[in-house]
Design a protein. Structure first.
Length: 497
């Protein structure tokens, strides 16, 4: 083993405190993580930064690729310590929110469109899902949530590898490079642990699905001259026909149609027919429609019941629309959980084990010959060249449900619908630069000289020789030079009579 660590393509292995190094490889879409401590002092001057891209190699094999997402800095005398946490490239998938609707396209086409429009630097070389989606709407969902929603619907798995390539695939089928046995030497002998778990067992399964259309049926009543509302035994799939005394009457939808337009009204949710005028006493009322029947199935595993006793399980899933689909779902539950679940773990010095791989464990001492799927691989280091892998596994029986549900999916003719009525809104910001110019024209100061002639005409005694003006107390403007009235001011007027 020879571990090297490159941060932004620069080798940093000499700065790592190897006893703090830990890498966790989690199965499928779960995020792989890396953590370690580095110190800064003397000529060791490297300081990590959040957002730096980091790659880890074992020799020439890349065993981690991602980004530094968290750094905790502490001071110990003259030494600065940095505790660094990293996530794989799945972290980048959540930087963009998808606002899209897709109709009648394959999952392959959806992922290709999301990658082209919302991601940068990712590839989809290992996306393989030709299942047709009738309608799906993503309303501001991170890319990882979109991929997971699609995977849940078609029972596929997905993850992002250390080269930023998205994998979307039907099931885990990659074998591990080594098998585990009593004397193969591929694990540390004392470390193999097997755990039997009966807590999840279910051997009698009840499935309640949605509703399906039954055969047309007629519900009969008798009027009493007062009763206007007749309760129905079933929901009808569409508008029923109604006769009163053998004669057809008009039927409207309650709360949608007007009372004056119909003889009676049908209520889908409340399951009744309401008349405007009560049918007469002893008059036959016949209501005919197509009932909606709840889908219910029960299956059981007799061998499991004989061995462990009865363990019942019930599930309601309104998306199930046929009895056959409900039955297949119930059988899938039995195949996965009718027997005890086994989990295992072991330690090894051998590299090459990855989550999602299938490993066979044979042990004559334990009476065991079983295939397991690797759930998690954790790598801890004692030095740059000395590491220990801790491997966690689960029995392949826990994956049986995936195979059954894959058969339910079929090939390309199965269609799925997700949030088909969602209203999507996209907002765009239009940033524009506006440039405003102002033009000022300076003019030379000019002086303007004008010649003005003023004439003054003075008339002596306009009212007559020695005749004074007639002072008035009200405001007054003379009408002409011969108007004797003048506004009097008590403080300055010279003639007072």
């Amino acid at each position: 083993m020879d571990i090297s660590i490159k941060v932004n393509n620069t080798e940093r292995k000499n700065f790592i405190s190897w006893q703090t190094f830990r890498k966790d490889d989690a199965i499928n879409y779960q995020i792989d993580t890396l953590s370690f401590e580095t110190k800064r002092y003397g000529d060791k001057d490297w300081r990590p930064n959040v957002g730096d891209e980091i790659e880890v190699f074992d020799g020439t094999e890349k065993i981690f690729g991602g980004v530094i997402v968290q750094i905790e800095e502490k001071s110990d005398s003259l030494i600065l310590k940095y505790f660094v946490n990293c996530k794989d490239y799945t972290h980048y998938l959540d930087r963009a929110l998808v606002v899209e609707r897709y109709e009648n396209v394959t999952v392959n086409q959806i992922i290709d469109n999301i990658n082209s429009n919302y991601l940068s630097g990712f590839t989809i070389s290992h996306v393989s899902c030709p299942v047709v989606v009738a309608s799906v709407a993503f309303n501001r969902l991170p890319v990882s949530k979109c991929l997971q929603q699609l995977a849940d619907q078609v029972n596929y798995n997905w993850y992002v590898d250390y080269d930023k390539d998205i994998h979307f695939f039907a099931k885990n089928s990659e074998p591990a490079p080594y098998s585990i046995s009593d004397d193969a030497g591929n694990h540390i002998d004392w470390s193999l642990k097997i755990k039997d778990d009966l807590s999840q067992i279910r051997n009698r399964v009840f499935i309640r699905g949605g509703e399906m259309k039954g055969n047309a049926r007629t519900e009969n009543f008798l009027g009493d001259g007062a009763k206007k509302t007749f309760a129905l035994g079933h929901k009808f799939s569409d508008l029923p026909t109604v006769t009163v005394g053998g004669s057809a009457v008009t039927v409207g939808v309650d709360f949608l149609d007007k009372d004056e337009d119909f003889d009676c009204f049908w209520n889908y949710n409340e399951k009744y027919v309401r008349f405007i005028t009560a049918p007469s006493d002893a008059v036959a009322v016949a209501i005919t429609g197509t009932p909606l029947i709840p889908i219910t199935v029960q299956v059981q595993d007799d061998a499991s019941i004989a061995k462990y006793g009865v363990y019942e399980f019930s599930k309601v899933d309104k998306t199930i629309t046929t009895k056959e689909e409900a039955k297949q779902y119930a059988i899938a539950q039995l195949e996965s959980y009718a027997n005890k679940i086994q989990e295992a773990e072991f330690n090894t010095y051998k590299s090459g084990f990855r989550s999602g791989q299938v490993v066979n464990i044979q042990s004559e001492q334990r009476g065991l010959n079983e295939n397991f799927i690797i759930q998690r691989v954790s790598l801890t280091m004692r030095s740059q060249t000395d590491g220990l892998f801790a491997v966690q596994l689960a029995t392949m029986r826990t994956l049986g449900i995936i195979d059954i549900l894959q058969r339910m999916i079929g090939t390309n003719d199965r269609q799925i619908k997700i949030d088909e009525n969602t209203v999507l809104e996209k907002y765009y910001t239009d940033n524009q630069t506006v440039r405003v110019t102002e033009e000022i024209t300076l003019k030379v100061k000019e002086q303007d000289y004008q010649t003005v002639e003023v004439e003054e005409s003075i008339e002596k005694d306009p009212f007559g020789d020695g005749v004074p003006p007639n002072f008035v107390l009200a405001p007054h403007v003379p009408t002409g030079h011969d108007d004797p009235d003048r506004e009097m001011r008590l403080d300055i007027s010279s003639y007072l009579y």
